[in-house]
Design a protein around this ligand. Structure first.
Ligand code: ADP
Ligand code: MG
Length: 697
């Protein structure tokens, strides 16, 4: 990301949070015109009161921002702490303290441990450099990702850049949505012109987002312009001013959308466009009312095409303000599909619309018939996680006497009712599974991403300590493909999810499966106490195989089908509470190795061990039919779906293996999304489970 000339950034840990970055610096070597827009919340924080009184202004050099503590509602000490921190940062940078501005975000009502910020000021100053991401990381609170935006603009023949970063992600409501944003540019602009451009940009962006309708005490948007691009000074009302205002608006909208998309607990970005309103104020109000409606947001979370809630939210605002708008004559569309028009519902295909509403961006458009004014608002869906994040926020946040703020979300800290319910439910499941066997096929994304690997290993350990006997069978698709290509074996061909395997290829398959993936997985599991033991299908003749002939006599090369499972070795291991980790390589009568599809190997092992459960972890939510998750299905219905072509590619091999397992006596087979951490635990220890459950008829 290109940052403007003369600006430097840093982000460090100063000890407000236990380990994460919590202190950010934006610094300009040249003095800057500075502008700011702030929350109108009457309980606003000390740094906001301080900055609002001082801006717009010229001659500024730096902004210091901390996360983890809002420095709000802490009494008169708050303002003194702001001054002290600005002085210390100014001293470390070699500028006067009144050239430094401050911002804070975090828990309200806890005094800022100013001495920690003061002590960290020299390190904050000396670690500054070109990486804006460092500063962006240090202001994050419940944000799950950094938010950055930049543009290059040409003003009077001079090229300049604008670079900005921001944070969300709860307590976000119109009139600035708890957010902070910092915009830097090397353009030369007067403080007054910078202030008006910033105000216009906020009007169309941060003022139009809502996550939860709760206005924060700490919102602040700052702009710093140092003039090092060398353009002639931009004055209010000039053409160059319009270019600056437009670019700032584009950047602010980009950041605003990122904030809405990363709202607390959010799974989707929601965009609401209202057109045809009598005036702009009404259009803006209505767009925000829809984006902020808890009912609309909950429906979007559930991908429920309940569009009536949109017109209901609009009607409520219109009615209580007696605006000259008739919502019954409006037209409404969701994801571009018209749902209400000409005073009546269009009779939309709800199943198709529901599938579209699962997309990460949901667009709602409302066309009124009263005028030409329009507005856009952004928000997010309302998920269970929003409540989880916020129900116990201060109970889970611990401020120690030295000012360190840490979040401790262990179960201990939740409300007693929640704990009782969870433990009672979990324990009854746990007792049901003691000494039962569960074969887990480990595949898809869970095998690739480090955080998911760790949660998988953790789950296997938990299952074991809960008395369940897990057996892991792993795949290795993507890694085999990479290795084949690297060794010049070319691209593999797949038939219904099964890799056509040449005589030379099978050696690579075995090398990757047994030599690499199996040993890695065993090491990972044994980092904790899994007691995992790597077993190849060849060991003790675990998987006897013969050549598999594909549909219609098709030659698949050295792909094998299992003819017998010698489960004795596994029995011995399970008896001693070891966790077998099986690499799906088969041993032929001729001593040759066969490539066995891991889904099929898992099914055969589950049958031979008379396993209670067989679980497939993959990288889709389960079996999908027309985009919809099928949460429960019988074996007969599943066969019909294979025949109907609903199931394709890798899922064919899986579905056939599922049927084979059920036919062989496994009572319950699950297909789960390995991209969701701990889905195995969620499946086993909750009633309705997750993913797809396939039952015997
Ligand atoms: P794994 O590593 O888990 O074996 P595969 O790629 O072999 O993964 O199989 C899963 C893939 O099957 C999915 O990523 C999806 O693209 C594909 N697929 C085809 N039809 C369906 C369906 N009806 N439902 C779910 N997934 C399907
Ligand atoms: Mg597969």
């Amino acid at each position: 990301m290109r940052t403007p000339r003369g600006f430097a950034f840093s982000g460090i840990n100063c000890g407000i949070k236990a380990a994460r970055k919590d202190l950010a610096l934006v610094y300009s070597e040249a003095p800057c015109a500075a502008a700011g827009c702030f929350t109108v919340n009457a309980s606003r924080a000390a740094p906001v009161r301080d900055a609002a009184a001082r801006l717009p202004a010229g001659g500024m050099h730096a902004i210091v921002a901390n996360s983890g503590n809002a420095n709000a509602l802490v009494g008169p000490g708050g303002e003194r702490d702001v001054r002290e921190v600005c002085e210390a940062v100014g001293k470390a940078l070699g500028v006067s303290g009144d050239k430094v501005l401050a911002a804070s975000t975090g828990v309200i009502g806890v005094p800022l441990p100013a001495s920690k910020l003061v002590a960290a000021a020299p390190q904050l100053a000396s670690s500054r450099g070109g990486a804006i991401e460092q500063a962006a990381q240090a202001i994050m609170t419940t944000d799950t990702r950094v938010k950055l935006a930049s543009r290059v603009v040409t003003v009077g023949g001079v090229e300049a850049s604008i670079a900005a970063f921001a944070k969300g992600s709860g307590m976000i409501a119109p009139e600035l949505a708890t957010m902070l944003a910092f915009i830097t540019t090397d353009l030369a602009v007067t403080p007054a012109a910078l202030q008006s451009a910033l105000k216009r940009a906020c009007h169309a962006s941060f003022d139009m987002i809502t996550v939860d309708g709760d206005m924060s005490t700490n919102d602040a948007v700052f702009a710093l312009a140092n003039g090092l691009a060398g353009n002639s000074l931009i004055e209010e009302g000039s053409d160059a001013h319009a270019v600056l205002a437009e670019a700032m608006q584009v950047i602010c909208i980009e950041l605003a959308r990122q904030i809405a998309e990363d709202g607390e607990g959010a799974t989707k970005l929601v965009e609401v466009r209202v057109a045809g309103a009598p005036d702009e104020a009404i259009a803006r109000d209505l767009a925000r009312a829809v984006a902020g409606s808890s009912l609309v947001k909950s429906a979007i979370f559930g991908a429920d095409p309940n569009w009536g809630r949109v017109l209901s939210a609009i009607g409520a605002r219109v009615g209580s303000h007696r605006w000259p708008v008739d919502p019954t004559r409006a037209a409404v569309s969701v994801q571009g599909t018209s749902v209400y028009e000409g005073g009546a519902p269009t009779g939309v295909d709800a199943v198709a619309l529901r599938a579209r509403m699962r997309e990460p961006h949901v667009l709602i458009e409302v066309r009124l018939t009263e005028g030409a004014a329009s507005a856009v608002s952004w928000g997010c869906d309302l998920s269970y996680d929003y409540v989880k994040i916020n129900a116990d926020y201060t109970s889970l946040t611990h401020a120690s006497p030295d000012g360190t703020v840490a979040r401790d979300d262990r179960l201990t800290n939740y409300s007693p009712g929640f704990k009782r319910a969870l433990l009672v439910e979990a324990l009854s499941y746990i007792s049901k599974f003691t000494n039962k066997r569960a074969v887990v096929k480990y595949g898809g994304a869970a095998m690739v991403k480090d955080s998911l690997k760790a949660s998988f290993a953790n789950d296997i350990n938990l299952l074991r300590s809960a008395g369940l006997l897990p057996i892991v069978v792993h795949g290795g698709g993507p890694e085999i493909t990479h290795t084949m290509e690297a060794l010049g074996h070319g691209k593999s061909e797949f038939v219904d999810g099964v890799r056509v395997t040449g005589r030379e290829d099978v050696k690579v398959v075995e090398m990757v499966l047994t030599g690499r993936i199996n040993t890695e997985l065993v090491s990972l599991l044994n980092q904790s106490t899994a007691n995992a033991v790597g077993v190849s299908g060849k060991d003790a003749g675990l998987l006897r195989a013969r050549k598999l002939i594909g549909d219609g006599g098709r030659d698949l090369g050295m792909v094998g089908e299992v003819t017998a499972v010698n489960h004795e070795l596994l029995e011995v291991l399970l008896e001693k509470k070891y966790v077998p980790v099986v690499s799906p390589v088969g041993l032929g009568a001729d001593g040759e190795g066969y490539n066995i599809n891991a889904d099929a190997a898992a099914a055969e092992i589950a049958i031979a061990l008379r396993a209670e459960k067989l679980i497939y972890l993959t990288d889709v939510p389960g079996i999908l039919d027309n985009g919809e998750l099928v949460s429960e299905i019988s074996a007969t219905q599943l066969s019909a779906k294979i025949a109907a072509g609903v199931i394709k590619g890798g899922m064919v091999a899986k579905a056939r293996s599922v049927l084979r397992a059920i036919e062989g006596g496994v009572a319950m087979v699950h297909i789960l999304d390995g991209r969701t951490p701990h889905s195995v635990i969620a499946e086993l220890f909750t009633d309705r489970g997750v993913g797809t459950l396939v039952r015997r008829d």
